[in-house]
Design a protein around this ligand. Structure first.
Ligand code: SAH
Length: 210
């Protein structure tokens, strides 16, 4: 159930669902998703669904990981990328293989510790993790070419927009309900441009750390 063949089926489904970026497809074909889950759930890793990772959090559905990554990359190659919500580390691992450097923040220490270990197993060394409230971004490292949030705030955090480089892209689910809107925000000088992409379901972005 964790073989290359199951992974190939997952990738074929992504293509049917409209994912077109071949670099994203190729990375998801190569990245073992099952190591980002607890053993009891590993056999479900390649299903087209989000899965629990403990502490009331979830590893996003493969389609959503692919779609958000594709949108983030669609403006051209990315150097520095910030992720809010490391969770299992799967999205982090996908990004690390496609961009220069990934900065990823997580508010639950226990999840961050597991993610760090898994990223180490995959020898992804261009990742920096920090245990903090991601609504504040990573203020010491402004100038991100891309920011991706995998938890939904009620509104777009100003700190995140402020930490985008010129032309930088923020992909973020926003809204307080069970269903949120996935937004693409592009920094243009002192202003920014917002596009609504689609409806999504994410866990809420919460304040404070655990
Ligand atoms: N990208 C993750 C998705 C995990 S779910 C994956 O691939 O597995 C979203 C994660 O965001 C959870 O782990 C949750 O703890 C975290 N999160 C929620 N609010 C946050 C905040 N303010 N700062 C940092 N992380 C946050």
């Amino acid at each position: 159930m964790t073989s290359a063949r199951t992974r190939e089926r997952m990738v074929n489904r992504l293509i049917e669902q409209g994912i077109t970026d071949l670099s994203v497809i190729d990375v998801m074909r190569r990245t073992p998703r099952h190591i980002f889950l607890d053993e009891a759930l590993a056999h479900r890793a390649y299903e087209d669904t989000s899965l629990p990772i403990g502490h009331g959090q979830t590893l996003s559905q493969p389609y959503i990981v692919a779609r958000m990554t594709e949108v983030l990359l669609s403006g051209g190659p990315l150097g520095k990328v910030l992720e809010i919500g490391t969770g299992s580390g799967y999205q982090t691992a996908v990004l690390a293989q496609l961009v220069g450097q990934v900065f990823s923040v997580e508010r639950i220490k226990a999840l961050q510790d597991k993610a760090r270990q898994r990223l180490g197993v995959l020898k992804l060394h261009n990742v920096r993790l920090r245990h903090t409230d991601g609504g504040l971004g990573w203020p010491e490292e402004p100038g991100f070419d891309g920011i991706i949030a995998t938890a939904a705030p009620l509104g777009v955090p100003k700190a995140l927009v402020a930490q985008l480089a010129e032309g930088g892209r923020l992909v973020i689910p926003v809204g307080g309900g069970e269903v949120q809107e996935l937004l693409l925000i592009t920094r243009r000088g002192d202003s920014h441009e917002t596009r609504v992409l689609e409806q999504v379901r994410f866990v809420p972005m919460l304040g404070g750390v655990l």
